[in-house]
Unconditional design. Structure first.
Ligand SMILES: [Zn+2]
Length: 446
């Protein structure tokens, strides 16, 4: 008689390619780094959805993964952990690449009308499915996501992620002032909705709840206090919001909260900063703010393509690094112009170049993998090929097109190759995307 809880046989998967991940944080500016783990032409071994190890493909056939392993031979391709996008808006796929506005205009002209559609559950569901599939098609397997103010939009997003087995952190947006009537909640109903969603989704499979304050201007002090109470009542939940993105916004926050020392201080005073807080942008911070970030363990989700597109400003990554504040990389679509974390990383390089800094491929790619995982306290699950981590794995072509191919052909050192890939590549380089060992995206040939 079988044991009552006998597990099904473990599915064994072996993925061959040039394995690249990180074992520590690379130093600023260093193109040679012990934090980089590059294992050219190896098999990455997966059992029951988790990484179990790796071995050189050069071993003899007898010693390599045998017929009990489902083999995916991507010899000559780059294999990396799935990217982690720490700040992105599900409904804003509809307004990506909208012309001619800075943040506050852009919200009113494009974003709020698009988000109003998500009151309709059927649209919220189709939008969430489209969004999750788009993330996977860009090599992003984990994300921290804003849906809309509507409870149904958070519900739809969690369901879509659950169906795909993705690591997703999200929560209903809190917004009870300075927004259109059809996007406004109130403190009591919002608290009930959050409690319901936390009970239903937080910690379920690979999902986690984030108390989601849009930004300080769109929540009353009463609502911010309620959000702080939610964080205190549920210590494992995340918190996500925006901070210090644009100068007009920062001035406005100063008028709305005259007692606060700074924009960040509004959130600190409401009890919203902790080691699970993710704050998008953080361009217009000072040293005291950066110290608060380090001491609280909160991270900045740096959104370079959005910051350039909306003309918001140039993030001082080096200062955040020097202060010991965690920095991850994020697309911020639809303020950002691509879900591709490669294009995001390439834009991050250009922003640092404007400040006379040199962002290495290691620093940028670490921030989109292990660095983000560490900042989210999820390094045991995502962000690297450490045994025990979930097999969220992406296979990439090193080059697409004649220009990238030529650049690759003449590149010598590893950083040179990876930097060219990061700078010239995008989602067209993605060949396959596995989530928990399941193949969820494959580029169609031709
Ligand atoms: Zn945003």
């Amino acid at each position: 008689m079988p044991a009552p809880h006998a597990k099904p046989p473990a599915r064994r998967l072996a993925i061959r390619g040039d394995l690249l991940d990180f074992t520590a944080a690379p130093e600023w500016g260093a193109v040679e780094s012990n934090a980089v783990r590059f294992r050219p032409d190896h098999w990455l071994l997966v059992e029951a959805g988790r990484i179990v190890g790796a071995q050189p493909a050069a071993l003899s056939e007898a010693q390599g993964p045998d017929a009990s392993w489902e083999r995916h031979d991507h010899h000559g391709r780059l294999v990396m952990p799935g990217f982690i996008d720490t700040h992105v808006h599900c409904p804003q796929i509809d307004v990506i690449a909208s012309f001619g506005a800075e943040l506050l205009d852009w919200l009113n002209t494009y974003t709020f009308p698009a988000e109003a559609h998500y009151a309709e559950p059927a649209l919220a569901h189709s939008g969430a499915a489209r969004f999750c599939d788009a993330l996977l098609a860009h090599g992003t397997t984990s994300a921290v996501v804003f849906p809309t103010v509507h409870k149904a939009s958070a519900q739809a997003l969690f369901e879509a992620a659950q169906q795909r087995g993705m690591r997703l952190i999200a929560g209903k947006v809190l917004m009870d002032r300075h927004c259109p009537d059809n996007l406004r909640d109130d403190v009591d109903q919002a608290e009930r909705d959050c409690e319901d969603l936390i009970a239903r989704w937080h910690g379920r499979g690979r999902l986690a709840y984030a108390v989601t304050v849009r930004f300080a201007a769109t929540s009353t002090p009463e609502q911010l206090a309620m959000a702080g109470r939610l964080c205190a009542r549920h210590p494992g939940v995340y918190m996500q919001t925006h901070v210090a993105e644009n100068r007009a916004e920062v001035r406005w926050i100063g008028e709305l909260f005259p007692q606060a020392r700074s924009y960040l201080d509004v959130y600190a005073s409401a009890g919203l900063l902790n080691e699970r807080a993710v704050l998008a942008h953080g361009i217009w911070l000072d040293d005291a703010d950066r110290t608060v970030l380090r001491e609280s363990g909160a991270q900045i989700a740096h959104c370079p393509s959005s910051n350039l597109f909306l003309g918001s400003g140039l993030f001082d990554w080096r200062a955040a690094e020097a202060a010991g504040a965690a920095v991850s990389l994020a697309s911020d679509v639809g303020g950002g112009t691509s879900l591709s974390m490669l294009r995001t990383a390439a834009d991050a390089y250009k922003i640092q170049a404007m400040a006379g800094q040199r962002l290495t491929a290691w620093k940028a790619l670490h921030a989109a993998t292990l660095g983000a995982a560490l900042a989210l306290r999820l390094e045991g699950e995502i962000g690297s090929f450490e045994p025990g981590c979930m097999a969220d794995v992406c296979v990439w072509d090193w080059a697409v097109g004649s220009v990238a191919q030529r650049r690759l052909d003449v590149a010598r050192a590893l950083h040179e190759r990876v930097f060219a890939w990061m700078t010239l590549g995008d989602e067209r380089n993605l060949v396959a995307c596995f989530v928990g060992g399941g193949l969820l995206f494959e580029q169609r040939s031709g």
